[in-house]
Design a binder for this molecule. Structure first.
Ligand SMILES: Nc1ncnc2c1ncn2[C@@H]1O[C@H](COP(=O)(O)OP(=O)(O)OP(=O)(O)O)[C@@H](O)[C@H]1O
Length: 298
């Protein structure tokens, strides 16, 4: 199955009794890619990650990470994993945890670890059991990247982090990716991944709905335009009939449009009406994303 991909799944399936948590997943993540793995709660994201890392056996199908089985300790040592719920013995300090992982992974660069603790403002001597949810999350992030992994698998990484720390986290992911790491970023919300990932997979009820670049998702998104005209338009219906126009409303001399797909026809019609200014709004990516979440599969 090896083809140099960082993550590969072929027909990967997991059933828990009568429930199919993951159904025939086909996926390939290239080395050096930041890949978003999206789906609502219960879609099968954590199950996928646990299969990739060899914590679970598949019911059928196969997967590989870094050209081998995720259960191989030598491969695991090249992976950084942030679980959705970090479970640590309560007496452990941040130092203990990082030291523990360091021994498993054959050592850490102390300068890099010190830098990470500073960036995330962590006291290495504090017991993890006494930390707030956000601070535990930060410890998890630091422990996951302390060995500069080749592959970083992050499950809902920024839940519980405030905006400033989310920004720190994004900088860190970009830095690791710029150094060549592959990042597999699982989340149930689009904003967590859209700033970082180039491609995303969308999962729903254990099935892959689509794999797409963020740019392609944007192209599928509806666009909102305000046309400021030299006079009040008397016939918005004319616009409603144009291909792709979903909504057309008039406010004074402004015509507000929502367009699905190309705006070429709209711009031509606007030119005839004497448009003075066109204001475009950011494409509504969330709406496309929700469409995939809600779509019924035949
Ligand atoms: N060990 C298990 N035994 C039985 N069912 C399980 C087990 N683990 C997961 N499931 C079920 O499999 C489905 C997928 O769960 P999973 O945790 O992979 O979803 P998820 O996409 O990670 O969701 P979330 O965003 O809520 O973490 C759910 O219906 C869940 O209840």
């Amino acid at each position: 199955m090896s083809d140099g991909a960082a993550v590969r799944a072929c027909g990967l399936t997991k059933r828990f009794g009568g429930l199919t948590a993951l159904d025939g997943l086909e996926l390939s993540v290239e080395r050096g890619e930041v890949f978003g793995y999206l789906g609502p709660n219960g879609a099968g994201k954590t199950t996928t990650i646990r299969l990739l890392l060899g914590f679970l056996f598949p019911s059928s199908g196969r997967s590989e990470v870094l050209d081998g089985p995720g259960s191989d300790p030598a491969i695991r040592a090249r992976i950084g994993y942030l679980p959705a719920d970090l479970k640590v013995p309560p007496g452990y300090t941040t130092n203990d945890l990082i030291g523990f992982y360091g021994r498993l992974r054959g050592g850490h660069d102390p300068e890099w670890v010190g830098d990470l603790l500073d960036r995330f403002d962590l006291d290495p001597g504090r017991r993890i059991g006494e930390l707030s949810t956000g601070n535990r999350r930060k410890v998890g992030v630091v422990a996951a990247v302390a060995h500069r992994p080749e592959l970083l698998i992050l499950d809902e990484p920024t839940s519980g982090l405030d905006p400033l720390l989310q920004h720190q986290f994004q900088l860190l992911v970009r830095e690791l990716a710029a150094d060549g790491a592959t990042v597999f970023l699982s989340s149930h919300v689009l904003p967590e991944v859209e700033l970082l990932a180039r491609r995303v997979a969308i999962l729903r009820q254990g099935r892959l709905m689509t794999i797409s670049t963020i740019d392609d998702l944007r192209r599928q998104a509806r666009q909102r335009l305000d046309l400021h005209l030299s006079r009040a338009p008397d016939a918005p219906e004319e616009f409603r009939r144009l291909p792709g126009v979903v909504e057309a409303t008039v406010a004074g001399r402004t015509l507000r449009l929502v367009v699905d797909g190309s705006v070429a026809e709209v711009v031509r019609a606007a030119a005839r009406l004497g448009v003075e200014r066109i204001v475009t709004h950011e494409a509504d990516l969330d709406e496309v994303f929700l469409r995939y979440y809600q779509e019924e599969r035949s």
